[in-house]
Structure formats: C-alpha cells, structure tokens
Design a protein. Structure first.
Length: 649
C-alpha cells in the first residue's frame, strides 16, 4: 500500500492549478494541442512576428517544428520585457561560496550587464549561429554570458566547470566553438579549480577559438595570450550598454548541451528557440507555483540542463527572483542550505536526492538549528528519490508544510515531463506521479506493444512536445538511433518505469549502459575508454553498484596486459586518468583486477553477469555455459567476496 499525501490546499492557497483544472487543462492539451499551445504561447511569451503553424512534423521524419514562421528573442523575453514593471525587482540573488559574501542584481542591472556583454561578443566578431563555449563557476556572469549569446543569436554550449580540460576540449571541438567564456578560477568549498588553465589546454587543438573571455573571480595570476584573451571586467567598460535583441526564428538553434550516452562520445543535445522557452516558462510557473514576490532557489549547476531550464530560462522568462549559489551543501558545514534559506527567505527550494541523502545522514539537529519558515514548496530532480529520503525531506526539512514536487525529465526533454502539481496532485513518496500538459507517456515492452493499466516497461513519449530536443548536433543519425529507433513511433527516454493502479508513474532506472551517479549521467563506455588509455590496462568494464548517498557508484573490473602486476599504484593512475579525461566526479569508487572478463563467444563483455556479481545476486547469474570462458565467474566472485570482506573489516 502506497502512502498518499493529499494536495496541501491549505498552504498552496492560491495555487494556479487545482485538481479539476489540471484534468481539464490536460485534456485540452491532448485533444486540441494547437489551441492549447497557441493560447499558452500568447500568455507566456512576447513575439516579434506571429507563427504560421503551431506545430508540424513527426518523430519518424525527424522534422518537428513548433511555432514555425514566428520570430522572437529569448533574452528579450527573459530580461527586457520585465523592465516596464520590474526594473527595480531583484532578478538574481548571488550567494558566494563564502557565507559572508552575497549581493543582488535587479532586472535593470541585469539588462545593462547583458547588453554590454553582448556588445563585447559582437566586438569580437561573434555572430548569429556561431557556437560559444561557456565554462564558468556559479557566478552571475555565467547567466549574463548565456543571455548575451541568446541576445545576438549565438548558440551557447555550457560545459560544467567540473569537467576536465580534456572533456572540455572534446566539447569545444565537437561544436566547433569560436570563443570560450571562462573565469580565472572557480571556488567551491573554499577550494579552487583552475578554469582558465584548463581552457588554455583545451583550445590548443581548437584553432577556431579566436577569443577567450575571462571573468576575474579570484585574481589568481594566469597565463595570457595577448591577441586571444580578454578580461571580462575591462571589456564591458569599453562598449555601450545599448544592444538591440536579434529577432530569431522559432526553430533557430538556442543551445547545445552535452549529455552522456551508452555508446561513443557524449551527444550534443540541440534545443531550439520558441518551443524550449515556452515549455520551460510554463513548467516553471505551474510546477513551482511561482507567484510574484517569491524567492526561488535551484541548487543545480548551470552546466547541467536543470541549471539551463530552471535557473536561467524558466525563472527569468517569468520575471522571478532567483538565488544562485556558488558553493556546496557541506561548506562551511552541513547546515549551509538551511542557513541560506533563512538568510534570503527562500520560498521554493529545488535540489537533488543525492544532496538530500547526504544531508539526512548528518542528522536532524543541523536542520533544526534553522527556521525554514519561509519555505512553501520543495522539489527533487535528477534520480529516483527513495521513500526514506522523501519522508525526511517532507517531515524534517519542510515540516509537513511543503508539498514535494518530484520532477522527472532529461536533458533531451528540455523541461519537466512527469511531476505532481502542488495544488492538484496527491503525493506518493518516490513517485513522479502525473504527466505535464501536452505530455503523453506510455509504457511499452520489447516488442513495442503498449502496456495498459498497472504495468512496468520502457518509458516512452507518444507525441512531440514544444521543449523536446530537435537533434544531436551534427549527427541526426544518432538522434534517430538512440531516441527514435528502439520503439518506432515514440520518443524513447532510456528509463524503465512502473505505473500503479492509480495511473501514477514510478521511475525505476536506466535501461541502457548509463550510470546515474549523484544525479549525473555517465556512460560506462566513456569511463572504460578513459581507463584503457593506461598502457598497462588491457580491458575494463564498468558497472553500477547501488550506493546509499550517491544512488549508484562506479565499480570497475579490469584486466592488465601480460607481464604487468596490478597494484595500488596502478589503481591510483587509473583513477587519475578518469579525472583527466572526464573529471573527478566520474572517478570509480572501486577497481577489481581480474585475469579475464566474462565474454560471449563473439567476444562481447557480459556486463549483466558483472552486475550480478557486484550486487551479490549469485543465484541470478543464470546459465553461463554458453560463455567463451565460464570458469572466470568463480574467480570474479571469490575476489569480489574477498574485497567486500576486506572493506567491512
Ligand atoms: C535522467 C536524465 C532532468 C534534469 C537532471 C538530469 C534520471 C531525472 C528523475 C526523477 C527518477 C530521474 C532519469 C533520466 N532522472 N529526474 N525525478 N526520478 N529519475 O538530467 O542528466 O539528462 O538525466 O535522470 O534516469 O533519464 P539528465
């Protein structure tokens, strides 16, 4: 029996949407999608030229278009149009890593910053359609950089500041960027990361990068390339603060954001202008029930889609007051989130299960030293939230006052797809409940048959929606192969899910070789390719192991080349390689050396068996007689048991 918490109609008094409205709006969004979205497009955005058609195209033909013929500008919608009645309202509250440092930026100030920076981009000959890489700390200039790109029609590609120089280089080359915007260093938990140094390395092999714009964050001395590098703070002084917003076509590319896949290199997910902005604006307002005067805080990094959609575009399109946090939940201590909520009187708080679990482990006392009376709504995103963490978030953090919106979505979907709405949906700990407007989810089996009622299967989406990705940048075939081919006629999310008797959805996990570590996706293939760069490593296979806080951790099986003795030094070097190639956050938690890996006769590594071994599911290993090397199973099991014994003692 699932626990059910009915909508908090007493707290969410003025919710935009109650149960009946949800049902009728959802029905309209499915039965008359064109009328529904046309109405919402008028309500949520300012347009320069109206559209000719609301929607056209199919998944099969890969030609989905929303609001064709229309023109608009994203930056104008996020900033300029608010000046009439919100010029003096705070747009951004910045909370530094240092708890004694914070400041506010009004919409008027944001407008000036964005216009100046857009003029800096123009002065470096950056034009509509050019790709610009943004590799930044969580400082307001990161948002300014993104908006400045959209103002002139340049396509940004934000790379998370925790990615290594090598990962940055791959992304700069793949998108063929002409400029990189960065900072001297980033600061988190009182530790610095040499962003500019990483950029210097990354652009060595990208001759098309003609400009590197550097925000001075710490003042550390850094190498300087005279014709290529410019200081942000100096450059913005030299240009005017008048910069008209470029009219953009509805389907012009807006940004590229890389996400890990099961095979090959990360995919550059391409989002376009009108559909994405409308979808993030609408979902932000309804899911977080944002009202004028609310203070909203999403703890994600702008390097991920959550930061794009629910720190930058969704909130700013709604003229919201938005908190941007540079630091981390554990610095100076584990009460930082709650301290910041009190300091800035945050009403709406959106974070990830991994953070909730790690804070839960610190006990209730640290939470209870703070008031949190300002909180009205809590959100969760990035991975399944286990009911225990949900209950803690609900009872201890939100004091049973605040509904929790557990939002399922992806880089590819652009915005929230499955979620409760605070005034409309009964909450069930661990369930992402119901679809957003216009979203038709379904569960299908391997034969592409739709399952009815209570069922478990692959989660697919039946109809195109405005916020969906349009392609994989430079590789439409991958768009087709990964998202559209497995279940023809549907968008395949890559997750498996369960639908209960009430029709509520529960996300189970990935169906592909992608691991969700602390809310970040990493392809097993990516980590494996980094590991086999080591001259002593012959083969590596990466599997996920459930972890109390991170959701999953990364476990490696590796074989060494003939004549090599594996030891701890080799392990360290392997870890270092992952750090170099991808970034510290992808580092394996454990490495097990073996004389061989279980393989099929055609030489394919049987990851399924490796997963059973690390999860102690020996009885589920099944028939291994068809393997090329069945004898290896015993060795792997013994060594794994020994490792577990060693780590327990
Ligand atoms: C994958 C997408 C969407 C922003 C952050 C991640 C998992 C995401 C939930 C949730 C269960 C979730 C899915 C999804 N996921 N939110 N509320 N409950 N699982 O974006 O890096 O593109 O990852 O994250 O597996 O497919 P992303």
């Amino acid at each position: 029996m699932n626990k059910i918490y009915p909508p908090k109609t007493n707290i969410i008094k003025n919710a935009y949407i109650n149960r009946e409205q949800y049902v009728s709006m959802y029905e309209k969004s499915i039965a008359q999608p064109e009328a529904f979205w046309a109405e919402k497009a008028e309500e949520f955005l300012d347009w320069i030229t109206p559209w000719k058609t609301v929607f056209s195209g199919t998944f099969e033909e890969q030609n989905i278009r929303w609001f064709d013929g229309a023109e608009l500008n994203v930056c104008y919608n996020c900033v300029d149009r608010h000046l009439a009645d919100r010029a003096e309202q705070t747009a951004i509250i910045w909370e530094s890593d240092d708890p004694n440092n914070s400041f506010k930026i009004t919409y008027k100030e944001l407008h000036q910053m964005v216009c100046r920076f857009a003029n800096v981009l123009k002065s470096r000959n950056i034009k509509k359609g050019d790709r610009v890489c943004i590799y930044m700390p969580m400082i307001p200039e990161a948002v300014v950089a993104m908006l400045a790109c959209t103002r002139i029609g340049a396509i940004h590609s934000v790379v998370f500041g925790g990615f290594s120089a090598q990962a940055l280089e791959n992304r700069i080359i793949d998108a063929d960027c002409c400029a990189v915007i960065t900072a001297d260093e980033s600061v988190r938990g009182n530790k610095t990361v040499p962003l500019k140094e990483n950029v210097d390395y990354a652009v060595q092999r990208s001759p098309n990068v003609k400009t590197v714009i550097v925000v001075k964050r710490t003042g550390k001395e850094i190498p300087w390339e005279k014709d290529r590098d410019i200081w942000y703070q100096e450059a913005v002084q030299k240009v005017s603060d008048d910069c008209p917003a470029e009219p953009m076509q509805a389907e012009d590319p807006l940004f590229i954001l890389y996400t890990s896949g099961s095979t090959g290199k990360p995919k550059g997910i391409l989002h376009t202008t009108a559909g994405y902005l409308l979808y993030t604006a609408l979902t932000f307002k309804y899911v977080f029930d944002y009202h004028d005067g609310d203070i909203y805080w999403c703890t994600a990094d702008i390097g991920w889609i959550t930061g794009h959609s629910y720190i930058v575009y969704g909130p700013l399109a709604n003229g919201a007051t938005n908190l941007i946090f540079e630091g981390m939940p554990s610095y100076p201590d584990y009460s930082r989130f709650w301290q910041v909520i009190d300091k800035h009187q945050v009403n709406i708080f959106y974070t990830a299960p991994t953070a909730i679990r790690s804070l839960m482990r610190q006990g209730d006392e640290l939470v209870k030293t703070t008031s949190r009376q300002s909180l009205r709504l809590l959100g969760s995103v990035g991975e399944p939230i286990n009911p225990e963490a949900w209950e803690w978030y609900y009872h201890v953090v939100g004091e049973e006052r605040c509904p929790i919106v557990d939002t399922w979505w992806q880089t590819e979907t652009g915005g929230i797809m499955l979620t409760p709405l605070p005034g409309a949906t009964s909450l069930k700990p661990g369930s992402v409940t119901q679809p957003m407007f216009g979203i038709v989810p379904a569960l299908v089996n391997k034969d592409n048959e739709e399952l009815n009622g209570e069922a478990q299967g692959h989660l697919v989406i039946k109809k195109p929606w405005p916020g969906m990705m349009r392609t994989v940048y430079g590789d439409p075939k991958r768009f087709h192969d990964i998202y559209l081919a497995l279940h023809p006629g549907y968008y395949t999310a890559g997750d498996s899910a369960f639908r209960d008797e009430d029709g509520d959805y529960w996300i189970i996990g990935r169906i592909d070789d992608v691991i969700n570590v602390a809310g970040r996706l990493i392809g097993t293939a990516e980590i494996e390719s980094a590991l086999v760069l080591h001259p002593h490593i012959a083969e590596a296979a990466v599997v996920a192991v459930p972890h109390d806080i991170k959701g999953n951790c990364v476990y490696v099986f590796a074989t060494v080349k003939t004549g090599i003795q594996p030891d701890d030094k080799l392990k360290e070097e392997m870890m270092e390689l992952v750090k170099q190639e991808i970034g510290s956050f992808a580092k394996p938690d454990d490495i097990q050396f073996a004389s061989d890996l279980p393989k099929t006769r055609s030489g394919k590594i049987m990851r399924r068996i490796l997963r059973r071994i690390v999860n102690n599911e020996i009885d589920k290993i099944g028939d291994t007689s068809t393997l090329a090397n069945p004898a290896i199973i015993d060795e792997l099991l013994q060594e794994h048991t020994k490792k577990q014994y060693d780590s327990d003692n």
